[in-house]
Design a protein around this ligand. Sequence first.
Ligand code: NAP
Length: 283
Amino acid sequence: MSGSVLGTTKILGVIGFPVSHSLSPIMHNAAIAAMGLDYVYVPLPIAVNDLPAAIAGLKAIQSVQGFNLTIPHKVEVISLLDEVLPIAKSVGAVNTVKRIGDRWVGTNTDVAGFLEPLKQLNYDWTERPAVVLGSGGAAKAVVAACLKLGCPVIHVVGRDPKKMKKFHGVMTSQLQDYNLRVHPWTSIPHLLEVAGIIINATPIGMSNDPNTPISEVEMELLPSHAIAYDLIYTPRPTKFLQIAAARGLKAINGLEMLINQGAIGLEWWLEQPVPIEIMRQAL
Ligand code: NAP
């Protein structure tokens, strides 16, 4: 928010349930204030069953220019939009919606947000198999991102064989990716030996959870050039990243993905560059 809310103020927001934990209002309002724009970004708690009414209602409020979506709405919102961009279709989830004329257009900035800290490394990704832990919503964006990077094979590890089979079916049809393989959790040691990047897309280690998806002993199996990427941003670093760093690996925490997916979305809404460093400092 740039200062006062006026009669002319345009509205952005984040739809979730619950949404009170979201850091998006902090980082977006910090950027809006720094840019001196007549916008405000607000939390919008909307229960699952109320989503259709909310999306239609927000369209009727003409000052609402766009919104983010977080758990549990990223998939369900798709059928309520006027257009979904190809990247969001390929992931099967929308996290950012923009008013274009009288239409709601949805995209997915999680993929680009995840990629941003990796692109800066200038690695040859065709030499780096990816190991993704978890098969939920975030894992889908990570798989699409690893495909974009050019990883030669993407191994996804999960604990529920039925869900893994479904994940494989959905992702291979959406991404037309034949180098996607799914594995049970017990395969982790074998996969670590070949991993060029390992990504934790589970909540293991989040907040007060003292666990790590990979033990210290298993971490030793990774090649010394491997990257450890945790999507979790609280705590920072997680135990997973602590033991990766102690092993001498490059460690990336989820805050960069959070900041970058937000900045890419804000740029799309405002159609101008946004101060990403201000967003980073605000968090
Ligand atoms: P989700 O849809 O609920 O998926 C969670 C996945 O983790 C599922 O595959 C689940 O397996 C698996 N899992 C949960 N507990 C597990 C355990 N104890 N052992 C093995 N697997 C387990 O959640 P999500 O939206 O994908 O989010 C995943 C993580 O990424 C969360 O920590 C979230 O905060 C983080 N995230 C970060 C960003 C960012 O910008 N940095 C963005 C999105 C998400 P089952 O299906 O078998 O339960």
